[in-house]
Design a protein around this ligand. Structure first.
Ligand SMILES: [Mg+2]
Length: 156
């Protein structure tokens, strides 16, 4: 079995949909879309309801594999992430918040000997791929402009 790791926001959880709804914004076509993102993200990281109410983007029963771990750049408490995953029926495997690991997803991916990672963020995709770990870019409205050839996936 290949060892697959997953990002959470905009792969498993509709972060951007909830963010845009909360701040009355259009769904973005680029990640650099909100000049207030920093302040707003800080505010969200104090609000457990925001994180626990995110809509799942897929049915965990229909996942074609069991991930080895989740690696997210979230800065909210890690317990909230774990709670959301369990409440929504996702596999109970280790959750890493990469900012606690020097901000490097590839470092965590290597420590977990992953064969594949799936992320929607182009910068993370590049970082992980450049570290030698295969990575797929999960399609989202804010990453359609990147030509990653067969590394793009629409569904997990
Ligand atoms: Mg993401």
């Amino acid at each position: 079995m290949i060892r697959v790791g997953l990002d959470i926001d905009d792969v498993l959880a509709d972060f951007i949909g909830a963010y845009c709804k909360r701040y009355n914004l259009e769904r973005p076509s680029t990640w650099e879309f909100d000049p207030l993102f920093g302040e707003r993200y800080y505010e969200l990281c104090q609000d457990i309801d925001f994180w626990l109410n995110l809509t799942p983007l897929c049915d965990p029963k229909k996942l074609s594999f069991t991930p080895v771990c989740y690696i997210t750049a979230r800065k909210c408490p890690r317990e909230w992430t774990i709670l959301w995953l369990l409440q929504n029926g996702f596999p109970n495997v280790p959750v890493y918040h990469s900012h606690l690991w020097g901000g490097s997803k590839s470092r965590v991916a290597k420590a977990n000997k992953l064969d594949l990672f799936i992320d929607d963020c182009y910068d993370n995709y590049k970082e992980i791929k450049n570290s030698g770990i295969p990575c797929k870019l999960y399609t989202c409205s804010h990453n359609l402009q990147y030509d990653v050839g067969s590394d793009r996936i629409e569904k997990i």
